[in-house]
Design a protein around this ligand. Structure first.
Ligand code: SAH
Length: 375
């Protein structure tokens, strides 16, 4: 909260984030440049600076005449977000950043360094309207959708932090060996339901994966979109010709329990969600990741593991078990280790591949389901 007398700018409710280069497709960028009365090739120059060199400040664009720089910056590269703070844990290999958007709205993103890669978990909405009772983000409801550029800027900021050595992974190890320092994986598992902000999320995927100068040139295979299971949106995504991974937050194999854990299940049930997912798997050629937060005595019974195994066997699926991360006020906790082991064993006995996700970022409330962006 601001201190008394401190000035904060809060835009009127419903005001849109300012237009930014990353909102625009290559064709729209050329159009915008023409409207500014600039030479057409400036569109590529500016894109190369932003996507290729991560240079968002006009004084870095030495290939563009000074007279044009300010104009371009003002029209196409407004500052979309400012860092409020970041916190690190896990020996500095996990870092959560709190961002303030142009209208004062807060969102979070998390960078995670692994021996062979860096993954960034980003937000697609401020808050979330899906209301899953075990997730901290859902408790305050949806504030608003993020714009394409607000999604892309989280990645750009992560890439800049890595490049500038701010994130531990960028430095060479003590032995002088360089570590894996490039951002290669992006998961839409921060705040929000990505498929409820469909158009902007798909556009963001294109900015992330288009080759320079149009985008960051990341591999689609390194990107995961995680959804509660909005069936019409999954079907639409199947027609996009993408090869990003789809993760479905299932959490229960039966409608009775899933209606409670993932309330949107009352609209599209387990069978409908899985059918849509299998179709996406066929079209994209990618295995579906089935997300399952293990909650003690709620969804971790052996019979539910068997039911899940029967639903998934012979399909292109992989189960990602997530030990429940604690959230404020929740009565639920993670499963007992022996129940978790039995759950894994039963799934495997059905021939279903399964992994248990680490609980990265738990102590900084940066793990799955803990992002609440409290100022
Ligand atoms: N709305 C999307 C993406 C955001 S959540 C979705 O629901 O898929 C990313 C993952 O974290 C989802 O699988 C979500 O169900 C899971 N999650 C939410 N709260 C959690 C918690 N407290 N502990 C463990 N996982 C949680």
């Amino acid at each position: 909260m601001p201190k008394p007398g401190e000035l904060t700018f809060v835009a009127p409710r419903g005001a849109k984030p300012p237009r930014h280069l990353a909102d625009l497709s290559a064709a729209e960028r050329r159009e915008a440049i023409a409207e500014l009365g600039e030479k057409p090739f400036r569109a590529d120059q500016l894109s190369r600076q932003y996507f290729g060199r991560l240079a968002a400040r006009a004084d870095e664009w030495t290939d563009i005449p000074a007279a044009s720089r300010e104009k371009l910056a003002e029209a196409l590269l407004p500052e979309l977000m400012t860092e409020v703070r970041h916190v690190s844990c896990d020996d500095d290999s996990t870092r959560k950043t709190l961002w303030k958007l142009f209208d004062g709205v807060l969102v979070e993103s998390v960078l995670m360094r692994y021996p062979d890669r860096v993954t960034m978990c980003i937000s697609s909405q401020a808050g979330c309207g899906m209301n899953c009772p075990f997730c901290a983000t859902g408790q305050a409801g949806l504030t608003r959708n993020l714009s394409t550029a607000e999604i892309v800027e989280q990645i750009a900021a992560g890439m800049r932090a890595i490049r500038d050595g701010e994130f531990g992974g960028a430095k060479a190890g003590e032995d002088g060996e360089a570590r894996a320092v490039r951002l290669s994986n992006v998961v839409f598992m921060g705040m929000g339901e990505p498929l409820a902000n469909y158009k902007r999320v798909i556009a963001a995927i294109h900015r992330l994966t288009d080759p320079a100068p149009s985008g960051f040139g990341l591999s689609q295979r390194g990107i995961t979109v995680s959804t509660v299971g909005l069936v019409p949106a999954i079907n639409r995504m199947s027609e996009e010709g993408l090869s990003v991974r789809l993760a479905v937050s299932l959490h229960a194999p039966d409608d009775e329990l899933r209606n409670e854990l993932v309330p949107v299940n009352t609209r599209w049930n387990v069978e409908e969600v899985l059918d849509a997912a299998w179709d996406y798997a066929d079209k994209s050629g990618r295995r579906i990741s089935i997300e399952y937060a293990l909650i003690k005595d709620i969804n971790d019974q052996a019979w539910r593991a068997d039911l899940l195994g029967r639903l998934l066997k012979n399909h292109r699926a992989h189960v990602n078990l997530i030990p429940l991360n604690p959230t404020p006020g929740s009565k639920w906790t993670a499963s007992r280790p022996e129940d978790e082991r039995e759950f894994v064993r039963r799934l495997q006995s059905h021939g279903v591949p399964v992994t248990v996700r680490d609980t990265r970022g738990q102590e900084i409330d940066g793990a799955c389901g803990q992002l609440a962006a409290a100022g």
